[in-house]
Design a protein around this ligand. Structure first.
Ligand code: SAM
Length: 233
């Protein structure tokens, strides 16, 4: 597919875009969602110089739809009762499929990503799928949500760096109401198991709830659904 480089509405740095928006149909339970994107990881990767990732190594993973997001969407569909009317926060939402699913199932949904372009895509995907939710730019290292405001936190494929565990534990401890829980959809990776033990040290118990193999656009991954709860809260 041909690629264009443009800056939408003349704002912000130029983002390499696909010539035509790509629409990815995703059937989850009884729902047929569409995930749209106007960028992809390969093109963003090719066009960004190493320096542009910064010390933080901000690799633009947000531009892909990951099998973990489909695993999370499926899990949410089979647990609609846990979502209806609940305040739910999604960390690292990328293109927004988990948020679309949770909002469709009646959650009062806030999703966030630290990449503004990811948040633009998530907003677009919420709208394309006819649901309302807040999608905001936020860094999980600096949470700016009200303390104890959420019943449930979600994250799909967000533990791919060891350094993410401590700030995520801090976010969940801050954002969840007493008795609140976290559902993570995580691919089988070497980094994920030690991450669970770090969560234990940081005051969370963990439980594997489900495992499923997901194939999506040439990516095949086994996805675990893991629940974290705060010890003694
Ligand atoms: C592998 S992608 C997964 C995206 C989406 N959840 C999915 O499964 O398709 C990881 C996401 O976490 C976001 N992310 C990484 N570090 C973050 C941080 N410090 N604060 C907020 N989002 C972050 C990335 O921008 C990216 O969208």
């Amino acid at each position: 597919m041909h690629k264009l480089v443009c800056s939408p509405h003349g704002q912000g740095p130029a983002v390499p875009r696909l010539e035509q928006a790509q629409r990815i149909p995703i059937k989850v339970g009884e729902f047929e969602f569409v995930v749209e994107r106007t960028c992809d990881l390969d093109t963003l990767w090719d066009q960004l110089g190493q320096g542009e990732f910064g010390d933080d190594e901000r690799i633009p993973y947000w531009a892909e739809l990951w099998p973990a997001a489909v695993g999370m969407a499926r899990w949410l569909c089979s647990h609609a009762d846990a979502l209806r009317g609940r305040a739910v926060l999604e960390a690292g939402c990328g293109l927004g499929l988990s948020a679309v699913t949770a909002a469709t199932l009646g959650a009062r949904m806030v999703c966030f990503d630290y990449e503004p372009e990811a948040v633009r895509h998530a907003r677009r995907n919420l709208s394309v799928n006819g649901v309302e939710a807040a999608a905001v730019v936020m860094d999980w290292r600096r949470p700016s949500v009200a303390p104890g405001a959420f019943d449930l936190a979600l994250g799909a494929d967000i533990l791919y760096e060891k350094r993410f565990v401590a700030p995520l534990a801090g976010l969940f401890a801050h954002a969840l109401a007493p008795g609140g829980r976290v559902w993570l959809a995580e691919p089988e990776r070497e980094v994920s198991n030690p991450a669970m033990y770090r969560f234990l040290d940081l005051g969370f118990s963990h439980r594997r709830l489900h495992f499923e193999k997901i194939s999506l656009q040439g990516k095949n991954m086994g996805i675990h659904i893991i629940e974290l709860t705060r010890k003694g809260v």
